[in-house]
Design a protein around this ligand. Structure first.
Ligand code: ZN
Length: 348
């Protein structure tokens, strides 16, 4: 059984990995489709991000779908052949934050394809994986395996929207037109936002954002003055979803947020310098957002019912044996939105 394993920066190998054992409360899943995320790219290019570093070989991947192959003895609600989205998040269920309903802050989290803990939690870019039965969400017949693999990033954006509060009738600014920014456009539109403006420094994703329903898509590199009109009366936007992790995107947005505006920081930007005086004087509210919990099920439901359509975000797919080519393609933002790997479970 093979997997896509990171050993060190730029050392990504398709190699044999152990056949997973099946516990009584677990399910063996034949992987179908896996999406390459920004954090996978960080492992690929830099061996990690922030203080997180790959310290042993780790299969990447935490956005994936598959087919139930075999169930453990205690599992009765899933049967072989079921098509599922796999939730990569496995909170412990009994620590203080799990007890408070903040499972995404679990003290003993096992998140697939993450090097945060030792030994690392192996990811979903493997031909088969075993996961706890609670991590599987059956998908609607109308949903493709490729769409189901988008449930994880969509769940991230649904959680971010929850952090923002009601978007009904709001003026929304989104900075960064990668997959998270793009899904945030879809979520904000579905949540009743009155106006959605998205910014980036690359044209291709902005063109896609317009097709997905953004009211205005601005290249702040080639049109640096385009946000100027939004500075009137101390600022226009009620909510900012900052999805670029770029300091200048966040800082320049402060001038176009209205007093009392809410900033939801999705992008991981490391160390940033902020004009705190502006945050104080305009009574801006800076909020973090981290992963998701119940939003994973919601993401699968919304896609299955046709309320959110992610198909146009999937820009290309590669057989998993060509993972290196896929990671290089995913690194080129002029050509790529979401790049996915296809495994044999996709034939089912
Ligand atoms: Zn916990």
């Amino acid at each position: 059984m093979r997997g896509v394993v990171i050993h060190a920066p730029k050392d990504l190998r398709v190699e044999d990995v152990g056949v997973p054992l099946l516990g009584a409360d677990e399910v063996l899943v034949r992987v179908a489709v896996g999406g390459i995320c920004g954090s996978d790219l960080h492992y690929y290019h830099h061996g990690g991000f922030g203080t997180v570093r790959v310290r042993e070989p780790m299969a990447l991947g935490h956005e994936f779908s598959g087919v139930v192959q075999e169930v453990g003895g205690d599992v009765s609600h899933l049967v072989p052949g079921m098509r599922v989205a796999v939730n990569p998040s496995r909170p412990c269920g009994h620590c203080r934050y799990c007890a408070e309903g903040m499972q995404n802050q679990c003290l003993d989290m096992r998140f697939m394809g993450s090097a945060m803990r030792m030994p690392h939690v192996q990811g979903g870019f493997r031909e088969s994986v075993t996961v706890h039965a609670s991590q599987l969400v059956p998908i609607d017949d109308a949903l493709s395996m490729a769409e189901a693999a988008m449930a994880e990033p969509l769940a991230v954006c649904l959680h971010a929207a929850r952090q923002a509060g009601s978007l009904l009738g709001k003026q929304v600014l989104i900075t960064g037109a990668g997959p998270i920014g793009m899904l945030s456009v879809l979520v904000a539109r579905r949540s009743g936002a009155a106006r959605i403006v998205i910014t980036d420094v690359v044209d291709a994703p902005l063109d896609l954002a317009r097709r997905l329903g953004a009211d205005e898509a601005i290249n702040v590199s080639s049109s640096p003055a385009a946000l100027e009109p939004y500075r009137i009366e101390k600022g226009t936007f009620d909510v900012l979803f900052e999805a670029s992790g770029n300091q200048s995107a966040l800082v320049s947005s402060l001038d176009v947020l209205r007093p009392g505006g809410v900033i939801v920081q999705l992008g991981l930007g490391g160390e940033m310098t902020l004009p705190v005086n502006t945050i104080v004087a305009k009574e801006l509210q800076l909020r973090g957002t981290f992963r998701f919990h119940e939003e994973f099920q919601l993401a699968v439901d919304m896609m299955g019912r046709g309320l959110i359509d992610v198909k146009s975000l999937i820009s290309s797919s590669f057989p998993f044996e060509q993972a290196r080519d896929a990671f290089e393609r995913a690194s080129d933002r002029s050509q790529s939105m979401k790049v996915q790997l296809v495994f044999r479970g996709a034939d089912t």
